[in-house]
Design a protein around this ligand. Sequence first.
Ligand code: PBE
Length: 304
Amino acid sequence: MTLTKKLVGFGATALLALGLAACGNDDGKTEDEGAATGTSTSVGESVNYKITGIDPGAGLMETTEKAIEEYELTDWDLVSGSGAAMTAALKKAYDKEDPIIVTGWTPHWKFAEFDLKFLEDPKGVYGGEEQIRSIGRLGLAEDMPEAHQILSNFHWSQDDMGSVMIAIQNGEKEEVAAQNWIDANEEKVAEWTAGVEKVDGDKIKLAYVAWDSEIASHNVMKLVLEDMGYDVTLTQVEAGPMWTAVADGSVDATLAGWLPLTHKTYADKFEGKYEELGTHTEGVKIGLVVPSYMDIDSIEDLKE
Ligand code: PBE
């Protein structure tokens, strides 16, 4: 794989790019604004008026439908699939320098692998910086005070999350990538478990969706909880069932609460039926993402 080659020697600089990509397009405007509309083929025509989406339950999909409405992209379709299908489509287009528009978020390894940009969102449909929060079922504090404490303490940076994502994308097994990160960040992990007593094989269930960011966080937390004596089950589900499972208590927690905007619909729907345990990752972002070689900068450029 080309990725393997490109990621050799990946260090702090490359990881930082994950975070920088999240900050949008303040790194200077592209020279040739308007070039896309100046040619005979419009952006819309060039991509068949298609935005390549992910799993239908993702907040990013709901928000993109809203963007299509608010920017009056009447001819456009949001095509659903999965996170993996989206990155596969992106890779295929990127290798040929074909135009493509995908739904995207940071942290994500794709910003390290490809030269990409978020489209500006002057109407603010995608919100600003999002947070990723740990969400527990009601009663977790009473039933499992140790896990409750650890999940509430859990906090790391976008670069931490990004480095686990990159390692997995680079071919490392999920658990190995998670363990390597833990080994390299013992002090950080020690803060999550400080003063917490070990348990003796208590069962705990975490639910997550197969988004690359959440695969990273849940694999790390699984190992941390196991080290504290828990018998951990990770259940991979869709976004709706994930929130439902926390709200009805069939799982104990998830680390995949993207708020205040991305999962607002879920959070509102289940208000009072879960406990917010705290933010574990700050400054994350969702939006529409295109390869940098495309001559557009804003979602407004999609409208003809
Ligand atoms: N994501 C990644 C999710 C949350 C995590 C941005 C794709 C979503 O849109 O719901």
